[in-house]
Design a protein. Structure first.
Ligand code: AKB
Length: 317
């Protein structure tokens, strides 16, 4: 039986991933690591063990790995793209110094490690349409710089020390549970909250700006199924392109309007978010993930929108 530590378990992905892993491996086998400034919800706290784990502190990680005989670490500690631009040194400290702490412990205690990358690892020079798995990665944001470094360092630990590191490049993740904070793709979550609350949505991203997005259930499935994949089939490791839908603001707005005909949106473009979005791909080619570990998403814009509106309406009423 696997014992799993989730670092960053109270964040947007971590909070749902921890619950999904508990369903799969048993509550007692999945430890929710959190920092005191982002404490767990009651659901997370009561459904299984939790421990304070600051990724920048090696001893804290080590104590938990030893105490629970951890053999897999999901490392989700990171600052998202917009926040990372205002705190670049902190973004590096958490993303890269923290990653080294995790990988060194993984090397000595034989843990597998999942540290996600992102569409943010690409840059203006990357081919933007059907971005290939192996291509130019020259991001200009600190978020992107840490993500490319994460990919390289994770591959380094696999090649040099045999640490079982695996990752995907997440697109913008859309969820009806924990809201994101400080990302460029956050608008695609915020728009649903405005629609359900009956408020006008002010869109920070320009009409026509395409970005890859994914519904949370597919993102969770991607992380877990890659970690369970047969290693002999993996040609790539850090990190796989995965894709399920790509849209611009006017397209998601039109889809929501099918359910909420009175919903209104106007544009007030945020220059920082727009410049980051312009440097990211329009759509990713995820052929390698499909071939090497049978990746296949379940949701598209239509089915995600229906589910988001139903779930949020039930919760916010
Ligand atoms: C962000 O917008 O920063 C993230 C991402 C795509 O990595 N959601």
């Amino acid at each position: 039986m696997k014992n799993i530590l989730v670092i960053g378990s109270t964040g947007q992905i971590g909070s749902e991933l921890t619950m999904e892993l508990r369903k799969r491996y048993g509550n007692e086998h999945v430890i929710a690591g959190y920092i005191p400034s982002a404490p767990p919800t009651d659901v997370l706290m009561e459904s299984g063990p939790s421990e304070v784990v600051d990724i920048t502190c090696t001893d804290m990680i080590l104590d938990v790995v030893k105490k629970y005989h951890i053999d897999a670490i999901y490392n989700l500690a990171a600052l998202l793209s917009v926040v990372a631009e205002s705190k670049p040194q902190l973004a590096w400290h958490i993303g890269i110094d923290g990653l080294f702490n995790v990988l060194e412990i993984a090397r000595h205690y034989n843990c597998s490690v999942f540290t996600p990358s992102s569409i943010g690892s690409f840059g203006l020079d990357t081919p933007h349409v059907k971005t290939p798995q192996d291509t130019i990665q020259r991001p200009r944001t600190m978020y992107g710089v840490t993500k490319v470094t994460t990919e390289l360092v994770s591959d380094y630990y696999y090649n040099k020390y045999g640490v079982d590191t695996r990752a995907v490049r997440f697109p913008g993740i859309i969820s009806n549970v924990t809201p994101p904070g400080g990302g460029t793709t956050d608008y695609a979550v915020d728009i649903y909250y405005s629609a359900v609350k009956g408020e006008e949505f002010v869109c920070p991203i320009k009409e026509g700006t395409l970005m890859d997005m994914m519904y949370m259930p597919d993102a969770l499935h991607a992380a877990i199924s890659l970690m369970e994949a047969d290693p002999s089939r993996l040609v790539h490791r850090n990190a796989f392109n995965i894709a399920s839908m790509s849209f611009a603001p006017e397209t998601i707005y039109a889809e929501i309007k099918k359910h909420k005909p009175d919903f209104k949106m106007r544009y007030e473009v945020d220059p920082l978010k727009q410049s980051i979005a312009d440097s990211w791909p329009d759509s990713l080619d995820d052929t390698c993930a499909r071939n090497e570990w049978d990746w296949k998403p379940q949701y598209n814009l239509e089915t995600m929108t229906k589910d988001m509106l139903e779930k949020l309406s039930a919760r916010l009423k």
